[in-house]
Design a protein around this ligand. Structure first.
Ligand code: UFG
Length: 326
């Protein structure tokens, strides 16, 4: 089985993917500077605390292992923060990726799976969104991911690098048997904030109820983190088998409104979700739903979780465990 480097493997999606790779028998090494991720997400003996800008440390890591591929998650992900601290986002997300790609070239590692985002589409003209829809990010976070995609396209053209970029829609849920789940500091994501509202009684603010959607609240395509992890394994298999580079949406193709997610959480937990309607959050598109046919057809991937309630239930299971833990 292969030696695989997972950057950002102490974060939410990266840590799930690392566990699935280990289950498959791969020799997984996690690189993370722990600026956002948590050491407790990484199995014993697998973590290298390294920042992507540290070329000497990268040389050390690549020099002592024979990585056959890299799965690259390490990035800042907060949209609002990216507007306020744009330079930091470009330096970390674009600069960090370049430093990694340079190290990969120095050490002849030629396969990369890259975590991209639906944010590259900005405010799409139509949904479901296909991969050939126009890319027009509306914030530096989305632009930083698009710039990295562009770099990868050119490296595919001009070098031996082959890559798969996965444009994630809304990751959610957890894999309870691994004891890991969604933990961000500060938390900005809907489902963990719904649970916080249930636990504290402090109402969740619904950001806008005047969108052009059936109930007026924003619609998103929620995909279970384990299904996202399995998309990375499919991408890796394709590259290991000599597959060509490609960019794929990763979603389920089903959209749910904020109020539908709140309702699902009420059913799953058996508790009232306190919420109030507030102003729109800047930069939120009304509806983001993926057309993921390309991922299903080309890489043979399919999602296991097909109901919102099953996804929310797995998130609640982790949230309850976490509150027992902390
Ligand atoms: N929402 C609320 N109240 C909250 C938090 C969220 O109403 O307190 C709403 C948002 O307005 C949005 C939906 O819940 O309509 C989902 O919001 P999240 O913050 O959970 O997720 P986003 O859709 O904003 O973000 C996700 C990823 C980002 C990525 C973006 C692409 O987490 O990394 O999709 O648009 F950039």
């Amino acid at each position: 089985m292969a030696q695989i480097l997972v950057t950002g493997g102490a974060g939410y999606i990266g840590s799930h993917t690392a566990r699935f790779l280990l289950e498959r028998g791969h020799d997984v090494h996690v690189l993370d500077d722990l600026s956002k991720g948590f050491a407790h997400n990484v199995p014993e003996g697998r973590l290298h605390v390294v920042n992507l800008h540290d070329a000497a440390a990268l040389d050390g890591l690549f020099g002592t292992h024979r990585f056959e591929a890299v799965i690259h998650f390490a990035a800042f992900i907060a949209v609002g923060e990216s507007v306020r601290e744009s330079e930091r986002y470009f330096r970390n997300n674009v600069g960090g990726s370049l430093s990694l790609l340079e190290a990969m070239r120095r050490h002849h590692v030629r396969r990369l799976v890259f975590s991209s985002t639906a944010a590259v589409y900005g405010n799409p003209e139509q949904t479901p969104i296909t991969e050939d829809s126009p890319v027009r990010p509306v914030n530096p976070y989305g632009e930083s991911k698009l710039m990295t995609e562009t770099t990868l396209r050119w490296l595919d053209e001009c070098s031996a690098l082959r890559f798969v970029a996965l444009r994630y829609f809304n990751a959610c849920g957890a894999e309870a048997r691994f004891g890991i789940g969604e933990e961000h500091e500060p938390e900005t994501h809907l489902i963990p904030l719904i649970f916080r509202a249930i636990r504290t009684g402090e109402p969740l603010t619904v950001f806008g109820s005047d969108y052009a959607t059936p109930d007026g609240t924003c619609i998103r395509d929620y995909i279970h983190v384990s299904d996202l992890a399995s998309a990375h394994l499919s991408a890796l298999d394709s590259l290991m088998n000599g597959g060509s580079s490609g960019i794929y949406n990763a979603g389920t193709g089903k959209g749910y409104s904020v109020l539908e997610v709140i309702r699902a959480a009420g059913i799953v937990t058996g508790k009232e979700v306190p919420y109030k309607i507030g102003a729109r959050r800047e930069g939120d598109p009304a509806e983001l739903v993926a057309d993921s046919q390309k991922l299903q057809k080309t890489l043979g991937w399919s999602p296991r979780y097909d109901t919102l309630e099953s996804m929310v239930a797995s998130a609640w299971e982790f949230d309850s465990m976490r509150h027992g833990r902390d």
